[in-house]
Design a binder for this molecule. Structure first.
Ligand SMILES: Cc1cc2nc3c(=O)[nH]c(=O)nc-3n(C[C@H](O)[C@H](O)[C@H](O)COP(=O)(O)OP(=O)(O)OC[C@H]3O[C@@H](n4cnc5c(N)ncnc54)[C@H](O)[C@@H]3O)c2cc1C
Length: 570
């Protein structure tokens, strides 16, 4: 599919986006290059990895000639916006910008299915040796590497043109211990060892069976030990326990030279620091992560909705939204998480979450907000429930499990909103919200993940320091409309860059690296802040030849794509 030039330039990950030319010796090899491995060399790699090398056939090839299979294609069309379609495929990923229209189920069936940003080959790794062999091969042959656990990455970091993929789906080890006795001697409580093939809902379910709870995504299918924790990892439980990266005891990884090592706060401490918050796919390949687990127990919740359609008028609706925002500091100081969405004129708190508290406590906490809504004459629906376990609460609000119901084809941008905004600038914040809600390129969902993480984690880590001063991780999501044109969809991304980010930037220049836009110009400062320099140094130690690359990942500013999408050192 031919995309308009300005939009190609916008996405930056689109084929043909750059017209830079480079000395080829500074570039990674792609299939049309003479340096690309011969068939026999791929066969040899296949033997080394015990027959687990897969030649990528893009999932949506069944929707295009010559592989057209109409009924399979129709089924794929229905499932394409949902993460569960992409998880079981070795190469597929969810980001529509990174998919770039190269081969999806909606483009004309007569158009070519191009491999685009899907890896050319994938090692379906199931042992550390497979991972090491893939990395050594890629390093020796100068090929780009892409690591995938689920393909959820919203910035498209588990995709890459002309790459060798390493698929971590089979590393699905999950075990619990009531008393950790591992190499990290600073902790003796319950712990979970989790492989990157384990999805959040599986973790929650098994943890509950062990009388425990563990931090994971609000999306039931995020890989907790994949990009989620590596990027920080916020959870409905973060108000009580911090970010997932704050709770890591050990990382078990294979580094770019094939070494199988463990990193803890005292052993390979610099790598531990970088892996815990410095971003996935750039320092090493994670085989497992051991994290703190916590005794399970009651979770008190308050779900709340109110609507513009039943409010006295639109101004009053937004006054009610403002009243909620003014209460956020009170909620989060109490250890609550307050995730919310404003979408289509409806505000939903889903839900105010208080671990180990009761109905009465959650009612007391929300009472001042309800009094304000009553004073504004804004009708609301309230549901106060205390669930016996975190799993029960999660299933009720984010189910039906295993997958939930929300589509995740989207573009998004975000900023971390600090307390002073809520105390002193809530008028301005609501003005920005109203503007976003009325953008003609919309609809946009205004999503807030509100909680306070501890000022100091139990072990130092590379979580962006701004998280420690944040009350809301404010995300703005533009759902991708597969029945609209690419031009219309990419206009949403442009609106995020032109209007949403500048609007939110008056409050903060920091962003959660896992949930920003891949086109964020200030990504180094926004995603990594003062940690960037140290992260770059650590990458030089563990990945001196830049085997790993991920767009907006540490070190990625030293690379660019040429006109054939070859990754070249600048
Ligand atoms: C539906 C949805 C809901 C989300 N909800 C939340 C949420 O509640 N909280 C939150 O914090 N984030 C959330 N996110 C963002 C999520 O944290 C990121 O998308 C994260 O990168 C997903 O990690 P993954 O391993 O599942 O995805 P992948 O796309 O497989 O990988 C993501 C990144 O990590 C790297 N990576 C993956 N596995 C490994 C590995 N084993 N070793 C080394 N690198 C690896 C990849 O190369 C890539 O750079 C959500 C995303 C989606 C799509």
């Amino acid at each position: 599919m031919a995309l308009p030039t300005f939009l190609l330039a916008l996405s930056g990950i689109a084929k043909g986006a750059h017209s830079l030319s480079f000395d080829r010796s500074s570039c990674k090899c792609v299939p049309q290059d003479s340096c690309w491995p011969l068939t026999q060399e791929w066969q040899s790699l296949n033997q080394t990895v015990e027959g687990r090398l897969i030649v990528t056939v893009p999932l949506a090839s069944v929707c295009h000639q010559p592989h057209l299979a109409q009924s399979q294609c129709e089924k794929l069309k229905d499932g394409w916006p949902f993460t569960q379609t992409h998880i079981p495929d070795p190469a597929s990923f969810v980001s529509p910008l990174a998919q770039n229209g190269s081969c999806d189920p909606y483009s004309p069936q007569t158009s070519k299915c191009d491999i685009g940003n899907y890896p050319v080959y994938v090692v379906n790794a199931s042992t550390p040796e497979h991972v090491a062999a893939a990395l050594r091969f890629a390093k020796k042959k100068n090929i780009r590497v892409v690591v995938k656990s689920t393909g959820h990455d919203l910035l498209g970091k588990s995709s890459g043109h002309g790459s060798l993929g390493i698929w971590m789906h089979s590393f699905n080890h999950l075990s619990f211990t009531p008393k950790y006795t591992g190499v990290n001697s600073n902790y003796i409580g319950p712990a979970a060892r989790i492989g990157p093939g384990v999805l959040s809902y599986e973790l929650y379910e098994k943890a509950a069976k062990n009388g425990l709870r563990v931090l994971g995504g609000t999306c039931p299918t995020v890989a907790v030990a994949g990009g989620y924790t590596a990027g920080g990892g916020h959870s409905l439980l973060s108000g009580k326990y911090g970010l997932s990266a704050d709770n890591v005891l050990e990382w078990e990884v294979v580094t770019s030279n094939g070494s199988h090592i463990t990193a803890t706060p005292t052993h390979n401490a610099d790598l531990y620091w970088a892996l815990s918050g410095g971003g996935g796919g750039v320092f090493a390949v994670t085989l497992s992560m051991t994290v703190k687990a916590f005794p399970d127990g009651p979770i008190a919740t308050a779900g709340l909705t109110f609507e513009v359609s039943t409010s006295p008028n639109e101004d009053v609706f937004w006054s009610a939204v403002q009243a909620f925002h003014k209460q956020i500091p009170v909620f989060v100081d109490y250890g609550a998480s307050a995730p919310y969405v404003i979408q289509g004129g409806i505000f939903s708190l889903q839900p105010l979450t208080l671990p180990d508290k009761s109905d009465e406590e959650v009612e007391d906490l929300i009472a001042p907000l309800l009094a304000e809504l009553n004073a504004l004459k804004v009708p609301y629906k309230l549901n106060v429930t205390t669930f016996p376990s975190f799993y029960d609460m999660f299933a009720a609000y984010y189910g039906p499990l295993p997958y939930g119901v929300v589509s995740h084809s989207e573009v998004q941008a975000s900023r971390l909103i600090p307390r002073p905004t809520l105390l002193q600038k809530s008028d301005e914040l609501i003005k920005v919200h109203r503007k976003i809600a009325s953008l003609k390129e919309g609809p946009f969902w205004i999503v807030g993940n509100s909680f306070r993480v501890p000022r100091t984690p139990s072990a130092p880590n590379a979580v962006l320091p701004a998280w420690r001063d944040t009350d809301i991780h404010q995300m703005v999501v533009g759902p991708w409309n597969w029945t609209a044109t690419w031009t219309e969809n990419l206009a949403k991304e442009q609106a995020l860059l032109d209007t949403v980010l500048p609007g939110l930037s008056q409050f903060s220049r920091s962003t959660y690296l896992n949930e920003g836009t891949p086109n964020q110009a200030d990504w180094k400062e926004a995603f990594y802040g003062s940690n960037y320099g140290r992260l770059r140094k650590i990458k030089r130690v563990y990945d001196p030849d830049d085997v790993f690359y991920a767009k907006t990942g540490v070190g990625s500013d030293e690379w660019s794509a040429d006109s054939d999408q070859r990754l070249c050192r600048i």
